[in-house]
Design a protein around this ligand. Structure first.
Ligand code: GLU
Length: 443
């Protein structure tokens, strides 16, 4: 049995209770096998055994008091997965589904994603099973302050730099930063996604969504096509979805669908994005409110955006939201490109099916890397105590996304998997981390 397969089998046995982590690790390990086999020194150095274990897992109690005066307790985590190429970097997810398996999958993906950005950032992820939905600002602040009271002893601008993710936006980053600064008595770039008046970077809010579109645009450009006139279906209506929709629309595409956890909207002539922004980002409301104010819109309860015929599908909600039956519906409707804005939104069976059908599949660790890339640019600006213009950051973001597309496409071709961006992204991301780990010895 090959080295890579042995590690996959061991992981499946040891972490049988962590399905999302197994799913992410299995996909990466299976596709990097040719690069691993080409270098026997990796096995001698136990490289894969080390790569699949986080350097550190921190788990802690997060007690806080709700508006009714009751004590609430959540479970907080930070997975410091790999620091071979830079300080741990990755978001904090606040969602009731958060558990060790989900954060290990996200942390593992982050290692390769961050490597692909070409910037000096290692991989990490954290969060808690806290649900900001329906909580008052004071409750969110109480939670964030308690969470940071523990987290602050583990992070730092040269150690571990958390950021946003699902449930963690500008408001939460503000409360977290305030508490860090208060306890540590230092004003440093310990978090990214900060407000523009206190160390944040222009274009960070837009970066993941814009980056996804720059990636897809480059893929289209290589085929002699563009986004103009393309029908685009998006799932989700959070930070990634909104700015992917904005950039796609700006480039001439028609964004037909968006969704939230209760339902989805369909607008044949394109969604009114200012209205979605106001409902989701300002009022923290539901997409059904959009339908109430837009007679041209169809609103459906539940899930269903992948059943609408489109040219490009952009899953931007959460993991495992695009299933095999959705992939089949997309293929039947003539969809040519699937670009992941979320982390691992497509199941393994759906991914394999799409690739078999010749649909261009852009894996999240490549196509959604724009967010963390601009986070790394925020760290650079914080270090030099300067801030760059929107145009400067946006231009760097675009260069980075174009570079990631070509790094993935080239690595795929070099290993005999022309056009397979899953294999390409995994190999390209892995090689840099592997080289750094080999140089740094058994640590
Ligand atoms: N949570 C985002 C991601 O999945 C951004 C992380 C960051 O900016 O550190 O990549």
């Amino acid at each position: 049995m090959g080295y890579t397969q042995r590690i996959i089998d061991e992981l499946k046995e040891r972490y049988a209770d962590q399905p999302e982590f197994i799913q992410a690790a299995d996909e990466v390990l299976a596709s990097i096998a040719p690069a691993v086999d080409a270098n026997p020194a990796y096995e001698a150095a136990g490289l894969l055994e080390r790569l699949v274990e986080p350097e550190r897992v921190i788990m802690f109690r997060v007690p806080w008091i709700d508006d009714a005066g009751r004590v609430q307790v959540n479970r907080g985590y930070r997975i410091e997965f790999n620091s071979a190429i830079g300080p741990y970097k990755g978001g904090l997810r606040l969602h009731p589904s958060v558990n060790l398996s989900i954060l290990k999958f996200l942390g593992f993906e982050q290692v390769f994603k961050n490597s692909l950005t070409t910037l000096p950032i290692g991989g990490g992820k954290g969060g808690a099973d806290f649900d900001p939905k329906g909580k008052s600002d004071r409750e969110v602040m109480a939670f964030c302050q308690s969470f940071m009271t523990e987290l602050c002893r583990h992070i730092g601008p040269d150690t571990d730099v958390p950021a946003g993710d699902i449930g963690t936006g500008a408001r939460e980053i503000g409360y977290l930063f305030g508490q860090y600064k208060r306890i540590r008595n230092e004003f440093t770039g310990v978090l990214t996604g900060k407000g523009l008046t206190w160390g944040g970077s222009l274009a960070r809010t837009e970066a993941t969504g814009y980056g996804l579109i720059y990636f897809v645009e480059e893929l289209l450009r290589e085929r002699g096509e563009s986004l103009a006139g393309k029908r685009v279906n998006i799932s989700g209506s959070g930070n990634v979805a909104i700015y992917a929709a904005e950039k796609a629309t700006e480039l001439g595409a028609v964004v037909q669908t968006m969704s939230d956890s209760t339902g989805w909207i369909f607008e044949a002539d394109g969604i009114d994005l200012a209205a979605v922004h106001e409902i989701k980002e300002v009022r923290r409301g539901r997409l059904s409110e959009y339908a109430d104010a837009h007679p041209s819109c169809e609103y459906h309860e539940g899930r269903g955006v992948w059943g609408v015929a489109c040219d490009i599908a952009l899953p931007c909600a959460t993991q495992n939201e695009l299933l095999l039956e959705d992939a089949q519906a997309l293929a039947a409707s003539g969809c040519a490109i699937v670009g992941e804005g979320a982390n691992m939104p497509t199941t393994r069976e759906a991914t394999d099916f799409l690739i078999e059908q010749g649909i261009a599949f852009c894996p999240g660790k490549a196509s959604n890397a724009g967010g963390v890339a601009v986070s790394a640019l925020e760290m650079s600006q914080n270090s030099e105590r300067l801030s760059w213009t929107f145009e400067e950051v946006d231009a760097k973001l675009k260069d980075i996304m174009v570079g990631i597309y070509h790094a993935a496409a080239d690595a795929a071709a070099a290993y005999g998997h022309e056009g397979n961006l899953v294999v390409g992204a995994n190999i390209a991301g892995f090689k840099k981390v592997a080289e750094a780990m080999m140089a740094q010895g058994v640590v």
